[in-house]
Design a protein around this ligand. Structure first.
Ligand SMILES: Nc1ncnc2c1ncn2[C@@H]1O[C@H](COP(=O)(O)OP(=O)(O)OP(=O)(O)O)[C@@H](O)[C@H]1O
Ligand code: SF4
Ligand SMILES: [Mg+2]
Length: 336
């Protein structure tokens, strides 16, 4: 048989037009909170896709939808081409191919059980022969001593706890691990150590990551591709190299510019780049382009017409009527 060299391999993860609306009951009739509103992206085997955006833009909801902790209102999540919500064993097995690491490692570990038991949990058998050896091997893999298996979670430092949480995610050899702000609670030097560990594990085991963070610097440090979310939608996606050289959406440019500035200057930078004020409520998002209420380049068309996510060039997509108007060059020059 002739191999089909032209065929595009099926992505490991396909997120198709994913929607999650939450009913919110107040005094009047129930309203819909549009947490995630038509999000699509793919993750290939062994790659890292970073998702970045401000607080409340729907990142954690996407994370929970991807690993199957929440069912979508509409849209689909496919693993190796198959729906994670397919009936019976098939769907359950696809969901098991993915694991998640949360921001707060202690929150996801039972305080009354040993670290070893927590790490073994995804294997679904804690006492079978060989489990202890597997736990110790996985602890070593993430840079922890095997005897840590006998500790209680509170006897570890924050960095050790996060390594144990990563061991737990990796022990079942998942195809994809979703990291939801997994380094956010650590100080800068621990963050760098954990990011290095993730890269090293990926090189050795070929695990794909969906790396979700509000911190663009962390996302850019680890990702092959970057997806920018704003108010439940994807506004830009590109390879990390292309995104670093040429962000095209005014929101991406603003995020990048703010990320380049040291902390005390951030508030000032937010004023300069138009990131003033809060993200509008997902209960009542602006018409047309959702970023228009904070965009310094907004025109009437932006209120009248929703910009589609369009290809700007190979593998680079942007949802803006005037994509490129806030070019990286201008914005970054202004920041220096
Ligand atoms: N179970 C829920 N019921 C109602 N609203 C929810 C629920 N979960 C999330 N939301 C709302 O959905 C929106 C998106 O929340 P989400 O946690 O996904 O954002 P996020 O980008 O992860 O924010 P952060 O950076 O603060 O973690 C928010 O307005 C949030 O209040
Ligand atoms: S479509 Fe208009 S409001 Fe939206 S980002 Fe582009 S210029 Fe700004
Ligand atoms: Mg979140």
């Amino acid at each position: 048989m002739t191999p089909d060299r032209g065929a595009t391999p099926t992505p490991l993860l396909q997120v198709n037009d994913l929607v999650k609306h939450f009913p919110v009951r107040g005094r009047g009739p129930a309203q819909m909170l549009r947490a995630v509103d038509g999000v699509s992206f793919t993750v290939n085997a062994g790659e890292t896709v970073g998702v970045v955006g401000e607080s409340g833009c729907g990142k954690s909801t996407v994370a929970r939808l991807v690993v199957g902790l929440t069912k979508p209102t509409s849209g689909s999540v496919l693993v190796e081409g198959g729906d994670i919500w397919a009936r019976g064993k098939e769907g359950a097995e696809r969901r098991r191919r993915m694991q998640m690491v949360f921001q707060n490692p202690t929150g996801s570990m039972n305080p009354r059980r040993t670290v070893g038991d927590a790490v073994a949990e995804p294997l679904q058998v804690l006492r079978a022969p060989g489990i202890r050896a597997k736990v110790e091997e996985t602890l070593s893999l993430v840079g922890l001593k095997p005897e840590m298996a006998d500790r209680m979670p509170h006897e570890m430092s924050g960095g050790q706890q996060q390594r144990a949480a990563i061991a737990r995610a990796m022990i079942s050899n998942p195809a994809l691990v979703v990291h939801d702000e997994s380094v956010a609670s650590l100080d800068i030097s621990l963050q760098a150590q954990i990011l290095n560990l993730l890269v090293d594990l990926q090189d050795r085991l070929g695990t794909a990551y969906l790396f979700i963070s509000h911190d663009l610097a962390a996302v850019q440090a680890i990702s092959h591709r970057v997806v920018v979310m704003y108010l439940g939608e994807v506004v830009e996606s590109a390879t990390a190299v292309e995104f670093a050289a040429r962000p095209l959406h005014p929101y991406s440019v603003a995020l990048r510019r703010a990320a380049l500035l040291p902390d005390p200057e951030i508030e000032q930078s937010r004023v300069e780049v138009g990131l003033t004020g809060d993200v509008p409520s997902p209960l009542n998002p602006p018409s047309g382009c959702r970023f228009r209420t904070r965009c310094p380049y907004a025109e009437q068309k932006c209120a009248d017409e929703k910009p589609a996510l369009r290809p700007a060039q190979d593998g680079h997509y942007v949802a803006c009527h005037f994509a490129g108007i806030a070019t990286a060059t201008t914005a970054l020059e202004g920041a220096s």
